[in-house]
Ligand binder design. Sequence first.
Ligand SMILES: Nc1ncnc2c1ncn2[C@@H]1O[C@H](COP(=O)(O)OP(=O)(O)OP(=O)(O)O)[C@@H](O)[C@H]1O
Length: 580
Amino acid sequence: MDTKILTKQIKAKNKAADSYMTVSVLSGIATTFLVVWLVNLFITEQASIQKIILAGAGLCLLQAMKAIFYALGTGRAHDAAYRSLAEIRLDIVSHLKKLPLSFFQKRKTGDLANIINHDVEQIEIYLAHAQPEIKITLLLPLLVTLAMLVLDWRLGLALVAPFPVMVLYQKVVYKLWDKTLKRYNQSTKEMSEDLIEYISTMPAIKAFATDEQKTDAVLTRMRSYISWVKKIMYTVSVPLSMVQMLLEIGLVLVVIVGTGLMISGQLSLIRFILALILANVFSSSLIRYMSFHHADIVLGRSVESIATITGENPRPDYPRDPSLGPGNIELRDVTFSYDGREEALKEVSLTFRENTINAIVGSSGSGKSTIASLIMGFWPVEQGRVTIGGKNIAAMNEGDLSGLVAIVQQDTFLFNATIAENIRIGRAGASRSEIMEAAQKARLHEMISELPEGYDTMVGEGGAKLSGGEKQRIAIARMMLKNAPIIILDEATAAIDPYNEHLIQEAITNLSQNKTLIMIAHHLNTIVNADQIIVMDAGRMIARGKHRELLDTCPLYQEMVQAQKKVDHWEIKQSQEVWT
Ligand SMILES: Nc1ncnc2c1ncn2[C@@H]1O[C@H](COP(=O)(O)OP(=O)(O)OP(=O)(O)O)[C@@H](O)[C@H]1O
């Protein structure tokens, strides 16, 4: 959704609120006329008890109407604003879900969070407060000008004489506001990006307490934000007081022209009083209009930010295909780059046959995880193709693809919810006994049973209360529930204690029965029995075969096995040193 459509949707007429506000304004104007009529009665000595009671009752009624209809109008406006706010947030969130991962690579979390919180909030301010007020504050001067022209055309002209100057001045001021707001928004965005990054990297910041410069950088950003807040205050308040001055020139002109007319006998005192009251209403409501119009500019900026999300093209929504089955996975001449510059994969062609155990090995950065990401459809493949069961995944429905492939990543993401809820992510609606069965197969059940609250234990933010190995097994339990025919396992690089590693191996064996398994292996001893091992080097596949074949034919594989043996020997030596 682009800026224009979004603005139109936001500003869509709220007829009920508009009509209530109009009645409220008309009641206010009628009150003014009634007061003038009452004053006239006293001046012309025509006031009687009945007339005074009548005017009093009329005033009470009009004031009550003004207040009641104003409350109804703003109530409706608030109602529409909160509905609109919720709808826009839901639209953004559902749109985000459809966007490819490349989008999240380009944008920072703090920036997106700022748009969803701060920018969307501006829409509420506009719809609930500014929009109804802008309408009143515009309607009022219009009616007042008409009334003034009817009262005396010369006074009407005197009132609106400074108006053209004010319009010109306003144009200049709006440009200034717009420019300052742009910088202010940028500063808000940078500050929230930095703050979120700062909080999420707190362990690293603490670890480098003496040398770290991040805190200073965050403080500098905050100071810059505060200075922009101050600038915004000045750029709004100073021009507003100038506008006030310009408008009061109209009031002064009415006083001068009115006095002249009164002296020459062309204007009665009562009409002069009415003109002064009307001129006052005119200038005060135009000043309010100007200050609320500022919200219009803020809205424009917020809509622009929101459109940077909603205007992004989502992955095409292909229809679901019930005939889709697993089959072989093939990569044909795949060349892929994350940033359009460096190639992470170069002309890779390979096949993972259905129901086989496969491993991908290679040095760090050789492209192993990239192969997994492309099979998962996380990134679009622009050169070459990836097929499952002969069907190009680029033309598959997202749900279909996700039903076929499951991934256990190095960093398992856990929600701050209970263990049971975190496992249920594998299949919404899974029963308690299915969750427990999955946990048993993932070798988690014993550990969970020892917790005081068992499956209802909260895991903490990002699974903070669980160990790395436990988190991985939760991910495996999720995959058990999901029961996808293809499993990709991105083995953890960090060392896991032998007991946990043994449990994870058992869990993986349970998970991968009668499935196609692709392991991105860092520990070569886990893959000696694989049906196929792919050796990657600098984005290219340089060999493939079984462990024995590769030991005979692939020098890089031999080197890797030798290096692994050294590490294993070192680890055994280390543990012996500990025990002796
Ligand atoms: N999201 C990303 N954006 C930009 N470049 C990336 C991204 N992910 C990986 N790369 C780059 O692509 C190349 C291949 O990375 P990949 O993660 O596939 O390697 P890997 O073999 O899995 O490494 P490791 O064993 O360290 O996990 C590397 O040069 C890496 O820097």
